[in-house]
Design a protein around this ligand. Structure first.
Ligand SMILES: Cc1ncc(COP(=O)(O)OP(=O)(O)O)c(N)n1
Ligand SMILES: Cc1nc(C(=O)O)sc1CCOP(=O)(O)O
Length: 520
C-alpha cells in the first residue's frame, strides 16, 4: 500500500510526555488532526502489555486508514498483524527482519534509523521501505541519541541517496516541532530532492490538544512553497532575459499586496515605487495585523533601517505569520553590522523564521556571513574583496539560508540562490545619491516574489533589471540635472516600462547579466 509519510507520529508513554492521559485517546486525537503514520514505541512495558496496547492502537489506526508501525519488536508486530516495524542501527539487522517477516507479514513496511550517508545507502540498498533520518535537532525525548546532524546532514543524506538512484522515502526525526518544521523541510531540500515527511514525538504526544497540534503541523507543511527548480533552467534562459517582460506583465496584472515593515525614511518613496511597478503597497509596522494581511497572498518586506526594540517584536510576529501562510518574505538587514543592537536584532530576525530573499550591501551580507569588519553607518565601507570572492560569499550565505536568494547590491550586483550566481552591471551613479534607493529595491523585488513564487532567482533578477534599467533610461531625459530631478523621472520610467513591457521590449536589451563561472 502507498504510505503517506507527511506527518509521522511516534508514541511515548512516559509520564514526562504522556502524563496521566490515555495513550489511545492522544493517538486518535493526533490522527484526527492529520497524522498519517503511527509508530508504537514503548521502551519499558512487558510483552503482554505491549501486545495489549498495540492491538488497541491498531483498532484505532485501522479505523482511520493509517498504518501502524511497531518500534523494535518484530514479535509484537507479528502478533497483532501490524503494517510494519521500525528498527535502529543497534537492533536486529534489516536482512534478519526481512527473513522473519517474509512468511508472517510479507507486505510489512520496514523502517530503518539512519544518521549518516553510509547507513542510509546501506539500508536503502538492502530494501528498507523508508528511512528515519536523525537526530536532526537536540531533543530530550530520546536519551541515547548519537549525533545532531541538522538540516545540512539531512540534505547530504537525501542528495547521496537520490544521486545513487535510491528513491526510498525519508522522514527526519529529533526535536521537530511547529517552530522549526518549515525550516527543516526547506533547508534540507536541494533542487528537487526533499524529505517525504517529518516524525515527531513530543510535538504531538505532549501537546495539550494533540489534534490541534497535528493540524497546525499539517498546515505549516502544506504552506511551504513548491521546490524552486532554478538549477534545472539552462544558463541561456537567464542570460537571454526574454522572461523579464512576461514577469513584469504578470505583476501588473496581479497587482500583488506588498506589505512593508520599512524604515521611516523611505516609506513614501517605497510606496510610490511599488505602485509604479504595478504593486499594491501597505506600509504597516504593526505585527498584530500581519496574520490578516498574510492571508491576502502578497509578500512581506522586513527592512531594519530604523529598528527599535518594539519594531523588532513586530517583525518577529509578521515573519511567523507570513511563514505560516506560505507567503514570501524579503529581509533587508540595513546597517546590521553598525552597532551591537543591530547585530543582536539581526540574530533575532534570522532565527524568527525563513526568508525568500535577503538583500543587502556588501557590509550587510558580510555581517550575515560572519566575515565583516565594523560597518560605518548604513553604507558599505570600501572593500578589499575581489568580485569573485564576493560572489563566493553571496553563494555561501544563500546555501546556508537554504532555499533563499541573496542579493549583494553594489556597482556590480551579485544575485545567487546558492546554485547559480549572476552579476548584474546595470544602474546609474545617481541611484547612490538618492536616499532609500537600495531599500526601495527590496520593495520592488518583494512584489515580484509575490507573483513568481516558482522561481525566486528569476523573480529577483527581473525586478532588479526593471529597477536599474529604468534608472539608466531616466537619466537620459532632457530635464535631468542631478539626483533631485532624477527621482521623479525614475518613477515615471518604472511606470512606463511596467505598463508596456511586452509591446516594446527594446529596453531589456540593455540588461547586462553575466553568469558567474567558478572555473575562471
Ligand atoms: C521514524 C523513526 N526514526 C528513527 C527512530 C529511532 O529508532 P531507534 O534508532 O531504533 O531508536 P529507538 O526509537 O529504539 O529509541 C524511530 N523510532 N522512528
Ligand atoms: C525516537 C527518536 N529517534 C530519534 C533519532 O534521532 O533517531 S530522536 C527521537 C525522539 C524524537 O522526539 P521529539 O520529536 O520529541 O524530539
Amino acid at each position: 500500500m502507498a504510505v503517506d509519510y507527511t506527518l509521522y507520529l511516534v508514541t511515548d508513554s512516559t509520564p514526562e510526555i504522556l502524563g496521566d492521559r490515555c495513550l489511545a485517546d492522544v493517538v486518535e486525537s493526533g490522527i484526527k488532526g492529520g497524522v498519517t503514520v503511527v509508530q508504537y514505541r514503548n521502551k519499558t512495558a512487558d510483552t503482554a502489555e505491549l501486545v495489549r496496547e498495540a492491538s488497541t492502537l491498531h483498532e484505532i489506526t485501522r479505523r482511520h486508514g493509517v498504518p501502524l508501525i511497531i518500534n523494535d519488536r518484530i514479535d509484537v508486530a507479528i502478533a497483532i498483524g501490524a503494517e510494519g516495524v521500525h528498527v535502529g542501527q543497534d537492533d536486529m539487522d534489516l536482512q534478519a527482519v526481512q527473513r522473519i517477516l517474509r512468511t508472517s507479514l510479507p507486505n510489512a513496511i520496514i523502517g530503518v534509523s539512519t544518521s549518516s550517508v553510509e547507513e542510509a545507502l546501506t539500508a536503502a540498498r538492502n530494501g528498507a521501505t523508508y528511512l528515519g533520518i536523525g537526530t536532526v535537532f537536540a531533543t530530550s525525548t530520546k536519551k541515547d541519541t548519537k549525533s545532531i546532524i541538522g538540516a545540512i546532514g539531512v540534505q547530504k543524506i537525501l542528495t547521496e541517496l537520490r544521486s545513487n538512484s535510491l528513491n526510498t522515502p525519508c522522514v527526519c526525526i529529533g526535536g521537530v516541532n511547529a517552530s522549526n518544521v518549515q525550516q527543516i523541510l526547506r533547508q534540507s531540500r536541494h533542487d528537487d530532492v526533499a524529505l517525504d515527511g517529518v516524525a515527531v514525538v513530543s510535538a504531538i504526544m505532549a501537546a495539550p490538544n494533540p489534534s490541534e497540534a497535528s493540524q497546525n503541523l499539517r498546515n505549516l507543511i502544506a504552506a511551504l512553497p513548491a521546490i524552486s527548480r532554478t538549477q534545472s533552467l539552462g544558463l541561456m534562459q537567464i542570460t537571454n532575459l526574454s522572461f523579464v517582460p512576461d514577469y513584469i506583465a504578470a505583476v501588473v496584472q496581479r497587482k500583488p499586496l506588498c506589505h512593508n515593515m520599512i524604515n521611516t525614511v523611505v516609506q513614501t518613496m517605497a510606496a510610490n515605487m511599488a505602485i509604479a511597478i504595478g504593486g499594491s503597497p501597505i506600509m504597516s509596522g504593526n505585527g498584530a495585523e500581519a496574520a490578516d494581511l498574510a492571508k491576502l497572498g502578497g509578500s512581506l518586506v522586513i527592512n531594519m533601517g530604523t529598528v527599535t526594540p518594539d519594531s523588532l517584536d513586530q517583525y518577529v510576529k509578521a515573519i511567523s505569520a507570513y511563514n505560516a501562510a506560505g507567503n514570501p518574505v524579503l529581509l533587508d538587514p540595513v546597517g546590521c553590522g553598525a552597532t551591537e543592537l543591530r547585530k543582536e536584532a539581526l540574530q533575532t530576525v534570522l532565527t524568527a523564521g525563513l526568508f525568500d530573499v535577503i538583500k543587502g550591501n556588501e557590509g550587510e551580507i558580510a555581517t550575515i556571513a560572519g566575515t565583516s569588519a565594523q560597518q560605518h553607518g548604513v553604507d558599505s565601507a570600501p572593500s578589499n574583496l575581489t568580485l569573485r570572492q564576493k560572489a563566493i560569499m553571496v553563494e555561501e550565505v544563500a546555501k546556508r539560508c537554504g532555499g533563499c536568494v541573496v542579493v549583494m547590491s553594489g556597482a556590480v550586483d551579485i544575485v545567487s540562490d546558492g546554485y547559480q550566481t549572476v552579476f548584474v552591471r546595470n544602474g546609474h551613479e545617481y541611484m547612490g545619491l538618492v536616499t532609500g534607493s537600495g531599500c526601495c529595491l527590496g520593495t520592488v523585488i518583494a512584489a515580484f516574489l509575490a507573483v513568481h513564487r516558482e522561481n525566486k532567482l528569476l523573480a529577483t533578477l527581473a525586478a532588479l533589471l526593471l529597477y536599474e534599467i529604468a534608472a539608466e533610461q531616466a537619466t537620459t531625459k532632457e530635464a535631468i540635472r542631478g539626483p533631485g530631478s532624477f527621482l521623479p523621472a525614475w518613477i515615471d520610467t518604472l511606470y512606463q516600462i511596467a505598463q508596456s513591457p511586452e509591446s516594446d521590449q527594446s529596453w531589456i536589451k540593455g540588461g547586462k547579466v553575466e553568469v558567474f563561472q567558478h572555473s575562471r
